[in-house]
Design a protein around this ligand. Structure first.
Ligand SMILES: *Cc1c(COP(=O)(O)O)cnc(C)c1O
Length: 380
C-alpha cells in the first residue's frame, strides 16, 4: 500500500476493538492477569498499552521501518537511542543539531564517558576525517535548524557502514512524507512527533523507528528501563495527526513556495535559506533525497536585532513562538529568542545573523500569510 493509505490504516484493526474506527484511548496503568504471567499481551502500561501499540505500528509503517517505540518527547527518544552506546564509545554529530540534542550530548552523556565530535555533516570529507577506532554512531539531522543545511543521507550511511558505525537520522523537519532515511540506508530514524506528526501543537512526543530487530529490542529495553513513555491520550492525538500528514505537508509546501516567491521580490530581504532554491548550497542533495523541500524557511533582513524584533512582533496571522510543524504558521527571531544566549560573534560565525528570521509555514490561506509578513517587513 502507498504512503497515505498506510498513514490512515496501518497499525490498527477496528475489529480488534468492537469495530471502532479509531483506536480507543486506554487509560489503564495495569492489566489484569488470569494467572501469573497469563495475560492478553499487556501487563503494565510503562511497557506498553494498546493505544501506544497502534501508534507504534503506524509510525513503523510510514517510515518504511519494521519497529517503532514512542516516547514522551523527542528528547526522550534521543535519550534512549544514545544509551545504545557505552562509556568509551565515540559518536559523530552534525554541528547544527537541535539545541536540546546538543545539550543532552554535551552536558549529560559526556559526563558518562561517551565522546562526541560535532562536525559539518554536509561535507563528506569532514565526516570521514572524524571517524576514530571507537566511533559507533553517526547522528544526523537534515534539513537542519535554522539554516536548512542538507546532508547526503545515502553517502553518509554508506561511509558509516564501512566504518562499522550505525547511523541515526533526526527526520523531524522533513517528515516521512518527504524523506525516508531508512530507505537511504539509515539504521534508526528519530522524530519529535511534537512537530509535523502531531501537527496541531497540542502534544509533546517522540519516536524511534528501525528495521533492525536487535536494535529495536535494545531501544525498547531502554524505553521501558528509563521510562520516558507517552500516555494513551497523547498517543491517540499523534495517531490522529498522522492520518492527515500527507495533505498537511503538501499544503504547507505549496504555501512555503508562495511565501518564498514573495520574499525573493522584497527589497528588505537580503538572503533566503530554502533548499528548493538553486542557489541553496545543498540544493542538489535535497532534490535527490526529498520528495518536496518542506515548509521551513529562514531569511535575513538588512537590519539590526531591534529591527528583527519589530518584524516578528504583533503579527496578526503568524504566531510568534518556538516549535514548528503545526497547522498554524509560526515565526521566530533566533538572535533574540532561541539563540540569544550565544554571544553575537559566535552566532555570526555559525551564520546566525541579527536579521535572521525563521518561518514554519502552516496551512492558512497564503494570501493572508504574505500580507501579514509584508506588514512586518515594512514596520521598521
Ligand atoms: C523539537 C525538536 C526536537 C526535540 O523534541 P521534543 O519533542 O521537543 O523533545 C528534536 N529535534 C528536532 C529537529 C526538533 O525540532
Amino acid at each position: 500500500m502507498h504512503f497515505e493509505t498506510r498513514a490512515i490504516h496501518a497499525g490498527y484493526d477496528p475489529f480488534d476493538h468492537f469495530g471502532a474506527v479509531n483506536p480507543p484511548v486506554f487509560l489503564s496503568s495495569t492489566f489484569a492477569q488470569s494467572a501469573p504471567g497469563k495475560h492478553q499481551g499487556f501487563e503494565y502500561a510503562r511497557s506498553g498499552n494498546p493505544t501506544r501499540k497502534a501508534l507504534e505500528g503506524v509510525l513503523a509503517s510510514i517510515e518504511g521501518g519494521e519497529h517503532a517505540c514512542a516516547f514522551s518527547s523527542g528528547l526522550g527518544a534521543t535519550d534512549s537511542i544514545i544509551k545504545l552506546l557505552s562509556a568509551g564509545d565515540h559518536c559523530i554529530v552534525a554541528d547544527d543539531v537541535y539545541g536540546g540534542t546538543f545539550r543532552i550530548f554535551d552536558k549529560t552523556f559526556k559526563r558518562f564517558g561517551i565522546e562526541f565530535s560535532f562536525v559539518d555533516t554536509t561535507r563528506l570529507e569532514n565526516v570521514r576525517a572524524a571517524f576514530k577506532p571507537n566511533t559507533k554512531m553517526l547522528f544526523l539531522e537534515t534539513p537542519s535548524n535554522p539554516l536548512l543545511k542538507v546532508s547526503d543521507i545515502a553517502a553518509l550511511t554508506a561511509l558509516a557502514r564501512e566504518k562499522k558505525a550505525i547511523t541515526v537520522v533526526d527526520n523531524t523537519f522533513a517528515t516521512p512524507y518527504l524523506q525516508r532515511p531508512l530507505e537511504l540506508g539509515a539504521d534508526i530514524v528519530m522524530h519529535s512527533c511534537t512537530k509535523y506528526l502531531g501537527g496541531h501543537s497540542d502534544v509533546v512526543m517522540g519516536a524511534a523507528i528501525t528495521r533492525d530487530e536487535k536494535l529495536h529490542q535494545q531501544i525498547a529495553f531502554n524505553q521501558n528501563a528509563s521510562g520516558a513513555v507517552p500516555g494513551g491520550l497523547d498517543c491517540y492525538l499523534v495517531h490522529r495527526g498522522i492520518k492527515t500528514l500527507g495533505v498537511r505537508v503538501e499544503k504547507s509546501c505549496d504555501n512555503a513556495e508562495q511565501v518564498v516567491s514573495f520574499l525573493l521580490e522584497h527589497k528588505r530581504v537580503t538572503k533566503i535559506f530554502y533548499p528548493a532554491l538553486e542557489q541553496h548550497v545543498n540544493h542538489d542533495v535535497a532534490a535527490r533525497q526529498m520528495r518536496r523541500f518542506g515548509a521551513m524557511i529562514s531569511f535575513e533582513i538588512d537590519g539590526s536585532v531591534a529591527d528583527g524584533v519589530k518584524v516578528v512582533s504583533d503579527r496578526k496571522v503568524w504566531t510568534l513562538g518556538e516549535s514548528l510543524g503545526g497547522v498554524e504558521s509560526l515565526l521566530e527571531h533566533p538572535a533574540s529568542m532561541t539563540h540569544a544566549s550565544i554571544p553575537k560573534e559566535m552566532r555570526a560565525k555559525a551564520g546566525l545573523n541579527d536579521g535572521l528570521i525563521r518561518l514554519s509555514v502552516g496551512i492558512e490561506d497564503p494570501r493572508d500569510l504574505i500580507e501579514d509578513l509584508k506588514n512586518g517587513l515594512e514596520s521598521y
